[in-house]
Design a protein around this ligand. Structure first.
Ligand code: R5P
Length: 283
């Protein structure tokens, strides 16, 4: 199988290829003078089994993914892995007149099969025109947290949307877990209700699928520290971390941030390559 990494997932594609005992296919990425994206795959994909790995945090990354799929139109079989899918949070119409952006994006992405990783809302999988499967990085996160050797930690989700994730990260390691209540006021402001999670004298790991502006986590850190947590770590699958998110989190007193390489940031210390490699081996 040939592994082809898009511009947003070069490192992850290389790690996945290595886990599969192969080398990633080389591709040139450039722009035309007017700003339009250009790419060229410098290897043969005709009649080959090809897997494209490309997250889509930006609109340009989405266009690159469409270009890669188009360039592989003579592949024998094509898999597309979208480790982090942008627009997945607009998975339904929240107000009249809005698009279902996740559906608008998904319906353009066609292949023999698609894999996502901890996609924000599972109903998005049904918007793709081909079979789509969501992979879960929870076990990897749980094992990584366990390797810290913290005594009796408690894992906490900042809102009810992350309840299933925190449960999955905890199970297998036997960690205690709980969740807080969140009300979103705007794109970067939230209120976290002071639900009484008993964290006094304990190490806390806040777990969410993604950290974007850091608003959710910054508020949660403050509350948990006020409630007596010894220290608060953050663990997420997707480190979107826009603008000054990392600074907000460290100002709020985070001990450390653990994230996967679905997005390639300084905080991406845990690779999901083994998860992708296993899924590809089991096709
Ligand atoms: C929303 O439901 C997600 O799970 C995250 O909690 C949210 O996207 C985090 O956003 P921010 O970091 O901007 O608060």
């Amino acid at each position: 199988m040939k592994i082809l990494g898009g511009p947003a997932s070069q490192l992850l594609a290389s790690r996945t290829a290595k886990a599969l005992g192969t080398e990633p296919v080389l591709c040139e990425f450039n722009r035309f003078p007017d700003g339009e994206l250009y790419l060229r795959i410098t290897d043969e994909t005709k009649d080959e089994n090809v897997t494209i790995i490309q997250s889509t945090p930006t609109d340009s990354d989405f266009v690159s993914l469409l270009q890669l799929i188009n360039a592989c139109n003579e592949a024998r079989e094509l898999n597309v892995v979208i480790p982090y899918m942008g627009y997945a949070r607009q998975d339904k119409r929240f107000k009249n007149g809005e698009p279902i952006s996740a559906r608008a994006i998904a319906c353009c992405i066609n292949a023999d099969r698609i894999f996502t990783i901890n996609i924000h809302a599972k109903n998005v999988l049904g918007y793709f025109p081909c079979p789509a499967k969501n992979l879960d990085a929870a076990k990897l996160l749980g094992e990584y947290i366990a390797s810290f050797g913290m005594e009796n930690p408690i894992l906490v989700a900042p809102d009810s949307g992350a309840k299933e994730l925190v449960k999955n990260v905890s199970s297998g390691q036997g960690f205690d877990y709980d969740h807080l209540h969140k009300t979103r006021l705007s794109g970067d402001t939230v209120i976290i209700n002071t639900k009484n999670v008993d964290v006094t004298g304990r190490h806390v790991v806040l777990v969410d699928d993604m950290i974007s502006t850091g608003g959710t986590m910054a508020e949660s850190i403050r509350i948990l520290r006020d409630q007596g947590a010894v220290d608060v770590y953050l663990a997420c699958v997707h480190p979107v971390l826009v603008r000054n998110a990392a600074l907000r989190l460290f100002n709020a007193g985070v001990k450390d941030i653990i994230a996967t390489d679905t997005l390639e940031k300084a905080e991406s210390i845990l690779s999901v390559a083994p998860l992708i490699a296993d899924a590809l081996k089991n096709i």
